[in-house]
Design a protein around this ligand. Structure first.
Ligand SMILES: [Zn+2]
Length: 91
């Protein structure tokens, strides 16, 4: 039996990343997406779960409802920071 766990916040951030970044007018190249994802995850409380098959999706669905607004707000903030200061310069 392997030790298996993951941070649910990573899934939520990836799921919402594109839409929120586009809505914020942020560049959506891979470099900026990576920066926004990292910034966001550093500012959200991680939510780790043990990933035994089957139970993960149930937890994902119930948890998503209460945390979605927090995740979107955190991505929006990150997109503003990264969008104003992209590593590749303004285009
Ligand atoms: Zn970019």
């Amino acid at each position: 039996m392997a030790v298996e766990y993951r941070n649910l916040m990573e899934d939520f951030v990836i799921q919402n990343l594109d839409v929120v970044m586009e809505g914020a007018g942020c560049c959506t190249c891979d470099a900026c997406k990576s920066d926004v994802a990292a910034y966001t995850l550093n500012h959200l409380t991680p939510h780790y779960v043990a990933t035994r098959q089957g139970r993960l999706m149930v937890k994902l669905q119930s948890y998503e409802l209460q945390s979605r607004a927090d995740v979107v707000a955190a991505i929006s903030e990150a997109a503003m920071v990264v969008g104003q200061n992209p590593r590749h310069g303004r285009s």
